[in-house]
Design a protein around this ligand. Structure first.
Ligand code: ZN
Length: 523
């Protein structure tokens, strides 16, 4: 049986590619946290050089020759020689390296360099355009990026839609045709549920969340929660950035960021839980497999499932606050002394259609994604032009959430993704929401005392389960295979919808009134 030892000539080269990626990630982390604004242009060049080097190293003749020896290039699977088969990890490693290699090989080096540089510049122009709420300022860069991404789809190839080639970058194997019915099924039940919540006589006043909260105490509380989750500060750190994110250079150095506003308690709190979920995934990857796909996160959808599971299934649940609310009250006695646990639980779960995706509640969040999914496809398929985006955006918001932004900063300019060339990224947020609940339901089944453990603040019971079931496997399985292994079935919108209907039905008094109506009908 051939094992990973056989693959050493390959994994040693991959390690060098990973070192270049890690160096680039460190430069990006610095760009978002501490770099002075004047450093932007030089940083774009530095990043572009490193990314081009990593790309060239991956598609080098040496790696190509090794893969030619070990991989069936027609199927992308490990070549089996009779009597001397590969073990399971080696087969997975070869399948995944081939995927990365063959995708990278299709992109000319000059193109990679150009795209990287344009994106780095566009991101900075976007930030300025958003600040000034001036879409026209960003338009020329956006046009360039869209043209480059369309060019990329031609290099990568696709079966049905060019958008699939981009989606596959973030969620291997996912296609627009597959996602469309999943999203439609979600929308069919989300919209009626939202309408019932909005019409409910239960109104939640969340004004306690906008009292004055000392920023440094907020960050301290965030650290306390991260520590309780099992996030290891010996192998990580928490910094401030305008958009919270997680980045990893190695499982021993995984960094998270948060943002803090004095009069907006949820911002720091839930971004710590969210990024902490991402951070646990990256800290939980197998160190011995670092530099190979087996030591990398499976997909963005699976990554997001980890952050959403902690942020929502745990962090917006009653058992979690049973333990942590007294601590929060002690941290902010003047602000929360008069707010009961029940009231606090309601305020952090208040549903209200809003303009900004990252501030959206669990119920409306996916409607924001569906709008972006539709717009992205049309842009990449050439049905929509960049200059029409503000009008299309506002119309879409009106249709799905009944709101129209007054300024583009709160509309089409709100997200960084398109400036980074990250088309096909948004759907992974919704996939993450769905996987999160499906995984969490399974954890509750397998760990019958889980809620009691969470109530007692022993969160690492869950961390260990996630590590065993998900983190440590890296890219050993496809996302679908992982879902089947962990939960016994493929991804389904059902657990997520049932979770929302139960949670918000209870909170907004819909479940009781429903039974009432049925009784009346029967009577
Ligand atoms: Zn996330």
């Amino acid at each position: 049986m051939k094992t990973l030892d056989t693959l050493k000539p390959l994994t040693e080269r991959l390690l060098e590619v990973q070192h270049l990626h890690s160096a680039a990630s460190l430069l990006s982390w610095d760009q978002e946290t501490y770099m002075p604004p004047g450093g932007g242009e030089a940083r774009a060049d530095q990043l572009s050089t490193l990314q081009t080097m990593a790309h060239d190293k991956l598609v080098s003749p040496e790696i190509e020759a090794l893969l030619a020896k070990w991989v069936d290039q027609a199927t992308g699977q490990a070549l089996e020689i009779a009597g001397d088969a590969w073990d399971e990890p080696s087969r997975a490693l070869l399948r995944e390296v081939w995927r990365d290699f063959s995708r990278a090989k299709k992109l000319p080096s000059d193109f990679v360099k150009k795209l990287s540089r344009e994106c780095s510049l566009a991101q900075q122009i976007w930030a300025e355009a958003r600040k000034k709420s001036d879409f026209k300022l960003f338009l020329p860069n956006l046009r360039t990026i869209i043209a480059l991404k369309r060019e990329e789809t031609q290099y990568l190839g696709y079966k049905d839609s060019p958008y699939d080639a981009l989606l596959d970058t973030y969620e291997p194997g996912a296609t627009a045709a597959q996602l469309a019915p999943l999203f439609a099924a979600l929308k069919d039940r989300l919209v009626p549920l939202l309408n019932r919540v909005v019409a409910s006589p239960v109104k939640i006043d969340d004004s306690p969340l906008t009292r004055s909260y000392d920023p440094s105490r907020q960050v301290e509380f965030g650290k306390l929660v991260l520590t309780a989750m099992g996030y290891d500060f010996d192998r990580g750190r928490l910094d401030l950035s305008s958009h919270p994110f997680t980045t990893s250079f190695h499982p021993t150095d995984v960094r998270v960021t948060t943002r803090v506003y004095e009069r907006e308690l949820p911002a720091c709190l839930f971004s710590c839980l969210h990024e902490g979920g991402h951070g646990l995934y990256d800290q939980g990857l197998d160190q011995a497999r670092y530099g190979t796909p087996l030591g990398e996160a499976l997909s963005l959808g699976i990554h997001e499932s980890q952050s959403r599971l902690w942020e929502n299934c745990v962090g917006r649940s009653r058992p979690f606050w049973h333990c942590f609310y007294p601590l929060l009250q002690r941290t902010f006695p003047d602000q929360l002394g008069d707010v009961t646990l029940d009231r606090f639980y309601a305020t952090i779960n208040r549903v209200a259609p809003s303009l900004i995706r990252v501030e959206a509640d669990e119920l409306t969040y996916n409607l924001h994604i569906m709008l972006r999914f539709e717009i992205e496809q049309n842009l990449i398929e050439g049905r929509t032009q960049a200059e029409d985006l503000p009008a299309i955006w506002n119309e879409g918001m009106k249709n799905c959430l009944g709101l129209v932004p007054e300024r583009d900063a709160e509309g089409v300019l709100q997200d960084v993704h398109w400036s980074l060339g990250a088309f096909g990224y948004f759907p992974t947020y919704t996939l993450g929401n769905l996987y999160a609940v499906q995984f969490y339901d399974q954890a509750c089944l397998e760990l019958p005392n889980l809620e009691a453990e969470i109530e007692a603040g022993r969160l690492t019971v869950l961390t260990k389960w996630l590590n065993q079931k998900i983190h440590r496997w890296g890219r050993s399985f496809t996302a679908d295979h992982l879902a089947q292994r962990v939960t016994g079935r493929s991804l389904s919108p059902e657990p997520f919808l049932a979770y929302l209907e139960k949670k918000f039905g209870t909170l907004y008094g819909l479940i009781g009134s429903d039974t009432g109506r049925e009784t009346q009908r029967r009577a």
